[in-house]
Design a protein around this ligand. Structure first.
Ligand code: FE2
Length: 178
């Protein structure tokens, strides 16, 4: 599927992720993709209230799971959000999987969910020392790690967080400045 989003169609696509899961259990997360993105964005807003770009990256980071059937969901997601949310947000979306591999390799007790642990092997498992160095050399590495920690914390069934109606005007404002 080749999709070209603008801000409105991106918001419409996100709304359509209500009830859509990244993969069937136990491979998938226990919350649907809309709830997961909203929880991730809420966590990031608490942690980094002045960084709307990072918050929006959290909102859209897993959109690639719902676009086509390419297993590299981070790259697919980055490609589809880039025209709307710009290079920085796209870069953070692309880096959220490398950030997971980085954390898995540097923090032995990094608390991955069952689904994350299972998908890690498909994503390349833990990083070698050389891969870690290359990851850390990326200017967005620290923000990508922050996003990835929020990602893992955004899988709580039934958690109440601000809805897409709250994020829509923020996304439109951000997109208008890209
Ligand atoms: Fe995620």
């Amino acid at each position: 599927m080749h999709v070209v989003f603008d801000a409105e169609s991106l918001l419409g696509f996100l709304a359509g992720l209500d009830g859509v899961y990244d993969a069937p259990p136990p491979l998938g997360d226990p919350v649907d993709l809309l709830a997961h993105g909203l929880q991730c964005a809420a966590v990031l807003r608490d942690e980094r209230p002045d960084d709307l770009g990072l918050q929006l990256a959290g909102l859209v980071h897993d959109i690639g799971h719902a676009v086509g059937d390419d297993p590299d969901h981070a790259r697919v997601g980055a490609d589809v959000v880039r025209p709307v949310l710009g290079a920085r947000v796209a870069g953070l979306v692309a880096l959220h999987v490398p950030a997971k591999r980085y954390l898995a390799s540097t923090e032995p007790d990094y608390g991955l969910s069952e689904a994350s642990r299972l998908s890690l092997a498909r994503q390349g498992s833990a990083m070698t020392g050389e891969e870690q160095e290359r990851f850390l050399a990326h200017p967005a590495a620290a923000d990508a790690v922050t996003l990835r920690r929020a990602d893992e914390a955004a899988k709580i069934v039934g958690r109440r967080v601000p809805g897409l109606d709250v994020w829509a005007p923020r996304l439109r404002t951000y997109a208008s400045g890209v």
